[in-house]
Design a protein around this ligand. Structure first.
Ligand SMILES: Cc1cc2nc3c(=O)[nH]c(=O)nc-3n(C[C@H](O)[C@H](O)[C@H](O)COP(=O)(O)OP(=O)(O)OC[C@H]3O[C@@H](n4cnc5c(N)ncnc54)[C@H](O)[C@@H]3O)c2cc1C
Length: 382
């Protein structure tokens, strides 16, 4: 009988996994890929739309284009997961499989931070980032705070990139002299595994007069008084608050047997959960890598290799190496590259290069190459 694989979530991890299975095994396996959304959007595209560098329509990649041998995409919401039987209930009925891979990412909960919905703007959801474009267009200058409300949070460099891009944006609109830009983050340095990247970012903040508040979290906003409260009790006045909301595993994961302390624990080398035939990759796990697409992708590759090996009756799949490459926006079309490796039991190590225009082109190719492989078409308009 054909092996049946159920992939929950068509984000970075789910798309990479199904592409690899299809490329290697084609119609020899039956893959069902489920997502509630109708399209995929890269995290970095959220910033591109927000800062007016492109338009929303150019960064949505519709799933109807996923036409791959052996893969069936179903747009529906997963309502419950039974890990023991490798089955799920969805709005489109029940699905079960021989192998199940949970790649449902992290959900965002702006309502968990008092005052954020009423008095601020979150830019981590697709809708939130796209709506913030209009907010920025209408902003007449003043005190801007880019702030993180909890840990863990996706793409740890993104708040730093956002502060630098706010600086560029206000400068281009002639509003920078009438504005203050502050960055509030719960980390001691912007990118802890890479001292060089952190030093370059801190220097860039200083050059641009961006006030950097390390080791701090924004706990609440008071929209009436226009102040934010930090975890240590300090208050900061603001005119525009751009926030990173609280992250949680999707409720369907929290309600399942897979979830421990908020996320799915996995074997860091194989991405297996404690249930036979059930794997988890990416932001939904507590594997120990940052919540970023490149790590979800690397983990999906390991699981794909394991499934392919199983199908071929072998047991020689490589272990996960915890390696990822991040591109860092410095503004002014300058991008840096950080290569980081996270391995359990060892201190993370990072290598930093740039910023330069060369890495801006590399970053663009990073996105285009994924769209080419995952969707079998060119992405020319970003
Ligand atoms: C502003 C910003 C910038 C970023 N920049 C970068 C970057 O430059 N590089 C990088 O590597 N990463 C970046 N990231 C992080 C990156 O977007 C995520 O870490 C990555 O998408 C995680 O991949 P994933 O497969 O784990 O989850 P996701 O890509 O989030 O996919 C999860 C999927 O599950 C679906 N889903 C969830 N619940 C259900 C349900 N109940 N039923 C059905 N479907 C469901 C969702 O619709 C989603 O499509 C950025 C993030 C942000 C917010």
């Amino acid at each position: 009988m054909q092996m049946r694989v159920l992939v929950l979530g068509a984000g970075f991890g789910g798309l990479e996994l199904t592409t690899r299975l299809s490329d290697e095994l084609g119609d020899d396996v039956e893959v069902v890929l489920i997502d509630r959304a109708d399209s995929f959007v890269f995290g970095f595209s959220k910033l591109d739309v927000m800062f007016g560098r492109t338009v929303a329509a150019a960064v949505r990649h519709p799933y109807r284009d996923v036409v791959k041998p052996g893969v069936r995409f179903v747009q529906t919401t997963v309502r419950s997961i039974d890990a023991a039987t490798r089955s799920v209930e969805t709005d489109a009925g029940r699905f079960d499989a021989d192998v199940m891979v949970v790649a449902l990412g992290a959900d965002l909960d702006p309502g968990a931070t008092p005052g954020l919905v009423e008095g601020g703007h979150e830019f981590y959801t697709v809708e939130g980032a796209f709506a913030t474009r209009r907010v920025l267009e209408e902003f007449a200058g003043g005190r801007v705070i880019v702030g993180v409300t909890s840990t863990p949070f996706k793409c740890p460099p993104a708040p730093s990139e956002t502060a630098l891009l706010v600086h560029d944006y206000l400068t281009a609109r002639g509003l920078r002299d009438a504005s203050e830009v502050s960055l509030v983050m719960p980390l001691p340095v912007p990118i802890p595994p890479s001292p060089d990247a952190s030093a370059a970012l801190i220097a860039a903040f200083a050059e641009r007069n961006i006030d950097w508040y390390p080791n701090q979290l924004v706990r609440a906003l008071d929209p009436g008084r226009k102040t934010v409260s930090l975890a240590d009790g300090t208050e900061m006045p603001y005119d525009l608050f751009l926030g990173v909301p609280v992250h949680r595993a999707p409720s369907v994961v929290q309600e399942s047997d897979l979830c421990v302390d908020g996320w799915i624990p996995v074997n860091p080398l194989t991405l297996e959960t404690s249930f036979p035939g059930v794997y988890a990759v990416g932001d939904v796990t507590s594997v120990g890598t940052p919540k970023a697409g490149v790590f979800a992708e690397g983990q999906a590759a390991v699981v794909a290799e394991e499934i392919i090996a199983q199908h071929r009756g072998r047991s020689d799949a490589d272990a996960y190496d915890g390696r990822g490459i991040c591109y860092l926006e410095f503004g002014d079309d300058q991008v840096a590259r950080v290569e980081v490796t996270f391995q359990s039991g060892k201190a993370p190590a990072g290598r930093f290069e740039g910023p330069s225009g060369v890495y801006a082109a590399d970053k663009s190719e990073f996105g285009s190459s994924r769209i080419r492989r995952w969707f079998a078409r060119e992405w020319t308009s970003h």
